[in-house]
Structures are given as C-alpha cells and as structure tokens.
Design a protein around this ligand. Structure first.
Ligand SMILES: Cc1ncc(COP(=O)(O)O)c(C=O)c1O
Length: 412
C-alpha cells in the first residue's frame, strides 16, 4: 500500500495542528479537553467562526458591494446557545431561521426579531400564528400557500419571495445537496407561478421587497460558474418586480472535506456577486451556515476496538452517524485525525482503516480507508468538520444520542 502522511495533513491550519507532536485546537491540547469533558464531545471555536465571518466580509468589502450587504447566519447549521450568544455579542451577523422554535431560540440568545429573516416551507397556520408574535421578523414566502397564509395573517406587510430558478449549485453536483435543478422540488416559486404569486401578494396588500434563492450546498471554487448561472436565472424574477430592494443569495458556500478539495476562493465568489449586483440599486443578503461554523468544530471520540475482518481493518469509535449524520446522508466524509502527529511516523507504518460507529445500521461508516498511523496504542481520535449540521441534526437512534458540546475561546 502506498499511503503517505500528506493524505491527512491537508486540514492543518494555525488553530488546528500538531504542536510538539500533539494535536492542538483553538489553543487547547485535545488530550486535555478529552480528559476534562470525555467523549463523544463536540468542541467549537468561537474565534474560528469569527475569522470565517471576517474572511467573507473582507472579500465582499474589496468589491463595489461594500456597505451593501448583510450576513445572516443560517442557525440550522449549529444552534448551540453559547455559540449563538457569542455571535450576537459580536454583532456582525443577523440570523436565518427556518422554524418558529429557531426564531424563539435566536431571540433568547439576544437577537432582535428584526435581525431575523425567516425562510421555510410547509408552514401550518399554527406556525404562522407563532411567527406573527415576533414583531419585526422578515418573512420569505416559499410557495403560493405561504404568501396567501402570511397575507391573511399580516396584510399590508413587506415580504420576500423565495424563487426556484430550475437550476442549482452544490458540491461536485451532489444531487442530495441540491435544492433546485432538473428534478422539481418543494423549494421556492417557479417562473410559471410568479405572476400568480404577485397577484396573491397584491390581493393581500403585501409589498414584495425581496427575492430570495438558495439552490444548493457545499459549493467550492469549481462550481462558481454554475453559481453565476443560477444568479443570472434569478435576476429574471428581480427584473419583473419593481418593488425589490433586497436580494438574498442564500448560503451554500462549502469547506474542504478531503485532501483534494481546495478552500473556496472568496474573492472569486465575491466577484461573481459584484458582477451581477454592483450596478443595481439592491442590498444583498447572504445566509451561510456551513462556511461559518463547520470547520470551527471537532468531534472528540474514543476508540472502542481495532479489528481486521477479511481485508479491512476496522477502527470502532464511541459514537455513530446519528450524532453527525452528514457523512452517511450526504456522502461528506469527516476526516479522522489522530491525537499524535503522524508525520513523526515513518510512511511505511501508515495503514488504511475504516472508521465505524456504534449504531446498528449499514450506513454507520465515518470514513472508508482512512490513512492513519498504527492505532493499537491510541485511545482517542478526532473527526474534523463537526461544527455544522452535526449536533443540530442529531437523533437518539438506538438510544445513543448522548454527547456533549462545549465552546472554547468564545469571548466577544
Ligand atoms: C434557505 C436556506 N438558507 C441557507 C442555508 C444554509 O446553507 P449552507 O449551510 O449550505 O450555507 C440553507 C441550508 O439548508 C437553507 O435551506
């Protein structure tokens, strides 16, 4: 087998790397965090989230969009209360919420309803009644039903319309991460519905001041051409509605998951937005989740066993896909990382192993053929990219839903 330490060194960065042969995260020795908090535990770095936000702002500020955009954090990615409070104290983002409970949770963390933009589908009358209690909350309607129901509850208000351009953009065209495309989806109002949408809004005296779209997740630099086409298609809607003041371009910005991924080139991303919006009298909104929080978290685990079955060496850990479902649901691998620096280990002693969890389901595989040093004497392991869509999507499947979450370096 030709395995090299390069295959797992790609994720290292100043706040997540080996120092003196030991793994450090956000200024902490991971072995100390494990000794203090046990496993499975998600550790989030507030400073990493803050620097992810700052990187987005720097890229946007270098274009003509400076002072003409608002970043809304898609809290579905991670709703850990201390993290939300940290973001609220930082004051650099608003919130994208997708359920009445999320709005209430954001408000409890200190956000004003007027800092929250709501986009979700299949709303019941009860949902709408609860949302109406949050004075100042902004509603993006994703269907004719939503326009009608909101219009009945809040006639005379301003609304956004989530549109579906029939085109989407996602990581490597992963269709499980795509919300619009050749398959008809539930997300947003289609072109052929748009005049009816405007008519329903008119009947309820609603003013459409925003066009919203979010067509997929996880895109990196190679997909920016596709994003360009998505935006072009969405401008069709903008151009048909004279009252539009804002466009929400959604989230979807991805982070690297494997050695062959490169970080999203933010200046190219900002240039795509500027190309379409610099000359328009429009305020932009974007609502990233993954980009802000995913690489700000690690999942600390304990090894349960190491055993060769046929030609595969299995490394078992004390948590399964139910507490971080993305690898299983979307095929997004979470790189396993040992606590001791494998670059000190001769390449010849590296081995391939498949990291598996403790759930009785065939899809409970964290990472196939991970290249790792000999793990027989190791007790622990970390998975990277555990900061987004992990704990927030966790279930109690097999009654193995117990885990801890902690925020380190989260001082505003
Ligand atoms: C409407 C909407 N906005 C924003 C997001 C955040 O997406 P991401 O985490 O890919 O940035 C999502 C994710 O599902 C979404 O549905």
């Amino acid at each position: 087998m030709t395995a090299s330490s390069d295959s797992f060194a790609w994720w290292q960065r100043p706040d997540l790397c080996y120092q003196e042969g030991q793994l450090q995260f956000a200024g902490n020795w991971v072995k100390d965090l494990i000794a203090e908090h046990g496993t499975p535990t998600f550790v989030y770095s507030g400073q990493r989230v803050a620097s992810n936000i700052q990187r987005l702002k720097t890229a946007l500020d270098a274009t003509a969009l400076r002072n003409r955009y608002t970043i809304l954090y898609a809290m579905k990615a991670n709703r850990f209360a201390p993290l939300l409070q940290f973001l609220q104290q930082q004051g650099s983002v608003g919130i994208d919420a997708c359920s009445p409970n999320e709005v209430a949770h954001a408000v409890k963390a200190g956000f004003k309803p007027s800092q929250v933009s709501f986009t979700a589908g299949s709303l019941s009358r009860n949902d709408v009644a609860r949302l109406c209690e949050f004075e100042g909350l902004f509603m993006d309607c994703d269907s004719l039903h939503a326009i009608r129901t909101w219009g009945e509850a809040k006639p005379g208000s301003d609304i956004g319309i989530r549109v579906n351009p029939g085109l989407g953009v996602s990581r490597q065209d992963n269709d499980r991460l795509q919300y619009a495309g050749h398959v008809t989806t539930k997300f947003g109002v289609y072109k052929e519905q748009f005049s009816e949408a405007m008519e329903i809004a008119r009947q309820h005296n609603l003013t459409i001041t925003k066009i919203h779209f979010h067509t997929g997740c996880g895109f990196l630099t190679p997909q920016l051409g596709q994003l360009d086409e998505v935006i072009r298609a969405c401008l069709w809607f903008v151009d048909r509605c004279a009252t539009i003041k804002r466009v929400n371009v959604g989230g979807g910005l991805g982070v690297p998951h494997v050695a062959s991924d490169h970080p999203l080139d933010l200046s190219q991303w900002a240039a795509v937005l500027a190309r379409h919006f610099a000359e328009r009298d429009i305020h932009l909104e974007m609502e990233p989740g993954e980009y802000l929080v995913k690489d700000s978290g690690i999942l600390m685990l304990s090894k349960t066993y190491l055993e060769k079955k046929r030609h595969t060496l299995f490394l078992g850990v004390d948590a399964g896909f139910n507490i971080a479902p993305e690898p299983a649901y979307y095929g997004l691998p979470f790189q396993p990382v040992p606590l001791i620096d494998p670059s000190a280990v001769p390449d010849g002693s590296l081995q391939k192993m498949t990291v598996v969890g403790n759930i009785n389901e065939a899809l409970d595989v964290w990472y196939e053929d991970a290249v790792l040093p000999d793990m027989s004497d190791e007790d622990h392991l970390v998975l990277i990219n555990g900061g987004g869509y992990s704990a927030s999507m966790a279930s109690n499947h097999c009654m193995r839903g117990d885990f801890k979450e902690i925020l380190v370096d989260g001082c505003a």
